[in-house]
Design a binder for this molecule. Structure first.
Ligand SMILES: [Zn+2]
Length: 245
């Protein structure tokens, strides 16, 4: 007998499947990332497909079988400005792609669901690239990859005048310890402070961050390098192109 259930889900990815169907990658409140089929989704008169656009948050009814099928959907929040603004769309796409790359199937996490939702909401309502940087550090932290930014990750000593970020060691290293990782890169004092705010997960402080273009580039390069070191096989250039917004 077919079992039915309902969940709240954010649409992360959609692709065509067979002649008339689509497969959706969604991040749900209860079951984490799952794949759902919607039969007839490509047909013009499909009643459900209009509710299943990228980045929408929906209440979805699902029939459980060998595959899981969507039988109904109602929009909770469509983040309407994202689809109308190229920069916002690129930022939301990057968030979705990172979820795709980092999160395994069926690993539930309400904090990650809330993080995705809140980040899309911020991208929708405000023009600030910093929210994507906040998202990356927060999701990495929630997955157990929080970088050390309060003291030297190697010797645990206080940070010095000149500090460096080491992807291999997982955080900031002091002048002496940078010799342990020749690939560590310089990080400004200002960006050390910004790292701490971004890892604090308080949107009120995050949206107040003021950053120069030069500092933003350093911050972004450091965070992407760290993300790439964790994903290892990521095509870093792909991310760099997307974030130039
Ligand atoms: Zn040290």
């Amino acid at each position: 007998m077919t079992k039915y259930y309902q969940t709240q889900a954010i649409i992360i990815k959609k692709r065509d499947y067979k002649e008339n169907d689509r497969v959706f990658t969604v991040f749900t409140k209860e079951n984490g990332k799952i794949f759902l089929i919607n039969r007839g989704s490509k047909k013009i008169h499909s009643k459900i497909s209009g509710h299943l656009e990228l980045f929408y948050c929906c209440n979805i009814q699902i029939a459980k079988g060998r595959n899981e099928h969507i039988t109904g959907a109602q929009i909770v929040n469509c983040f309407s400005k994202i689809s109308k603004n190229y920069n916002k769309f690129c930022q939301a796409s990057l968030v979705a792609e990172i979820v795709n790359l980092l999160i395994k199937e069926k690993e539930p996490s309400l904090p990650i669901f809330d993080l995705i939702y809140e980040t899309l909401d911020k991208i929708n309502n405000e023009d600030n690239k910093i929210f994507v940087m906040h998202f990356i550090l927060q999701i990495l932290s929630k997955l157990g990859h929080c970088p050390e930014v309060n003291f030297c990750v190697k010797c645990h000593g206080k940070l010095t005048k000149s500090n460096y970020f080491s992807c291999a060691l997982g955080g900031i290293v002091c002048e002496d310890c940078k010799k342990q990782d020749l690939e560590s890169t310089m990080i400004s004092k200002n960006n050390v402070k910004i790292f701490r705010i971004l890892l604090g997960n308080n949107f009120e402080f995050v949206e107040k961050i003021k950053i120069s273009n030069e500092n933003y580039l350093e911050l972004r390069n450091t965070i992407f390098a760290f993300l790439s070191s964790i994903l290892e096989l990521i095509d870093k250039d792909k991310f760099f192109k997307k974030i130039f917004v």
